[in-house]
Design a protein around this ligand. Structure first.
Ligand SMILES: CC(C)(COP(=O)(O)OP(=O)(O)OC[C@H]1O[C@@H](n2cnc3c(N)ncnc32)[C@H](O)[C@@H]1OP(=O)(O)O)[C@@H](O)C(=O)NCCC(=O)NCCS
Length: 266
């Protein structure tokens, strides 16, 4: 998994997601242009399309299949747009050929599947004909290692960047991490990736070291970044302040106008 850029669950993170009494508690806000949901096997072709547009060393599709099916430490989410766009204007296209894979959901994803009446047994992966998959505009994930949540990946389709989707995904990772008992979030990021670094710094991540020549495509160094303690009052205050601002930003007519100009028929 090394070399991705980051070294990937559920929530509607503008309204905090928690695990209460063994059940995911989700309080959805109305009229969100994007929602966060657990990544499903059916999403992988769409995820792969974004992956290939986002990383110079994309993971192979079967890496995501294995992550969803086998890695009980992993929690992956997708961001879906809630508004339709004309098929010809979709930026997220392509995807893997159909294949059949086993589905053995674990962790929060398993919990989610049980709650929504999820999948059992072999799952047929469609191409992007499926309406829900076609609406994937980004994704992210973590591995829980003892009390640390390692961000494995986060990416937004190029046409949907700058609209708050990356922040929405990071917020969901914060919520999930807290729900599953993580004390910190950590990640690796290319030294040249200032956009991603800015997003992490906005959420108080700090640089704690460098992994020399971490990325094998160009021998680029990786910055190692750590969050503040997730339960610290300062961190929580910042998260809630950003959550409110993001909710406002996503509701704003300016944002919706940008979305329309990209082909939305809101
Ligand atoms: C990093 C990435 C996920 C950000 O997603 P996004 O949806 O464009 O980001 P948002 O619109 O939510 O912006 C959130 C914050 O990110 C930072 N940011 C986003 N785009 C930026 C840009 N072009 N320049 C500088 N900072 C930027 C800012 O801090 C921004 O907060 P602000 O709007 O208050 O300034 C996206 O650029 C991406 O998919 N990049 C390719 C994959 C990648 O590099 N992933 C990270 C691997 S570690």
């Amino acid at each position: 998994m090394a070399g991705l850029g980051c070294s990937q669950y559920t929530s509607l993170p503008l309204s905090e997601t928690t695990v209460e009494g063994g059940q995911l508690a989700i309080r959805a806000e109305e009229r969100q242009p994007f929602v966060i949901e657990p990544m499903e096997m059916d999403d992988i072709p769409a995820v792969m399309a974004v992956e290939r547009q986002s990383f110079t060393m994309p993971w192979p599709g079967n890496a995501y299949r294995r992550e969803l099916a086998e890695n009980r430490l992993a929690h992956y989410v997708v961001a879906r747009r809630t508004f339709p766009v004309a098929r010809s204007e979709e930026d997220v296209s392509g995807g893997d050929a159909s294949s059949t894979v086993p589905s053995e959901p674990g962790g929060l994803r398993g919990l989610w599947k049980r709650i929504v009446g999820g999948l059992g047994g072999p799952v047929e992966l469609p191409a992007l004909e499926d309406e829900r998959s076609r609406r994937v505009v980004g994704y992210a994930g973590i591995w829980l290692m003892v009390d640390e949540a390692h961000v494995t990946t986060i990416a937004v389709a190029p046409a949907y960047r700058g609209l708050g989707v990356g922040e929405l995904l990071l917020l969901s990772l914060v919520d999930i991490s807290r729900s599953i008992g993580a004390q910190y979030l950590t990640l690796e990021v290319r030294v040249s990736n200032t956009q991603a670094q800015n997003l992490y710094r906005k959420y108080l991540f700090k640089e704690t070291g460098v992994r020399r020549r971490y990325y094998s495509d160009n021998n680029e160094d990786a910055l190692i970044m750590w969050s503040d303690p997730l339960e610290s009052p300062g961190f929580l205050a910042t998260v809630e302040e950003h959550r409110r601002a993001l909710a406002e930003r996503l509701r704003s007519p300016r944002t919706l106008a940008e979305l329309r100009s990209r082909g939305a028929q809101a």
